[in-house]
Design a protein around this ligand. Structure first.
Ligand SMILES: CC(C)(COP(=O)(O)OP(=O)(O)OC[C@H]1O[C@@H](n2cnc3c(N)ncnc32)[C@H](O)[C@@H]1OP(=O)(O)O)[C@@H](O)C(=O)NCCC(=O)NCCS
Length: 217
């Protein structure tokens, strides 16, 4: 696509990125959205990685962005490996399904590899990511919070092939997203944007299924 550029996010982009995030996530996973509040808050969280926050511009308008926090994998000896966790990632609704999400992942991966990162673990809709080399956490022996559970939506991507060596790992996410549990704060922040109608969408049921299921065999 002509006129596309990817560049690091700057402070001047913050509000535009929050507006884009709100538009892209609105009604996708629940009626309304809280990802724009998450984006707003995560920038001041210690696990946020500003050097891996990128915006995609088309004709001077921000039409996509990707952000990362730190997370951890812990092996059975208790040793921890610091890893990336991607998200939020979004593309303007009218430009989705044109491989712009792919572009953001590839661009940020290139930068992340140079910084020495080798693994990304995140929750996401597998349909958006399996063609980008993400695999079920079960294939890489990465379980969630000490319960031996392999959530369907927990996806693993090795930036460096073989970075995970078959050891048993526990995924320890950042606490950055916990801010969204404060629904009053989410609502108050949302009121600083133009009113938008909350509605049911089939994608919310898809999300329910993915987020309440595990890979068991
Ligand atoms: C998820 C999102 C970032 C993907 O970006 P995108 O630019 O739309 O996606 P891409 O065009 O790069 O395609 C990614 C993959 O999605 C799948 N996909 C693409 N078009 C599809 C379609 N019409 N139907 C179903 N799946 C499709 C494919 O697996 C595709 O890979 P492929 O091109 O190799 O076949 C974007 O759709 C978005 O912002 N969605 C709303 C917010 C969101 O859900 N963010 C992710 C949170 S986990």
């Amino acid at each position: 696509m002509e006129g596309l550029t990817i560049r690091p996010e700057t402070e001047r982009d913050y509000r535009a990125v929050e507006e884009l995030t709100r538009e892209a996530f609105w009604n996708v996973y629940k009626p309304g959205a809280d990802e724009h509040y998450y984006v707003h808050q995560m920038r001041s969280h210690p696990d946020f990685l500003p050097e891996l926050a990128f915006v995609l511009e088309l004709g001077g308008r921000i039409v996509g962005n990707i952000m990362y926090t730190k997370a951890w994998l812990e092996d059975e000896s208790g040793a921890r490996k610091e890893i990336l966790s991607c998200g939020p990632l979004c593309v303007a609704p009218e430009l989705q399904r044109r491989k712009l999400g792919r572009l953001l992942i590839e661009h940020s991966y290139e930068a992340a590899r140079k910084m020495g990162w080798d693994v990304n673990v995140m929750f996401g809709n597998p349909g958006n990511y399996v063609s980008r080399g993400f695999v079920s956490c079960k294939r890489k022996n990465v379980s969630f919070i000490a319960d031996g559970n392999f959530p369907t939506a927990l996806l693993v991507s090795e930036l460096v092939p073989g970075a995970l060596d078959g050891r048993k790992w526990l995924y320890i996410p950042s606490t950055a997203a916990d801010c969204c549990e404060d629904t009053a704060a989410v609502e108050a922040f949302d009121r600083s944007f133009p009113p938008k109608e909350k509605a049911w969408r089939p994608s919310q049921e898809e999300f329910y299924i993915y987020s309440h299921s595990s890979v068991v065999r």
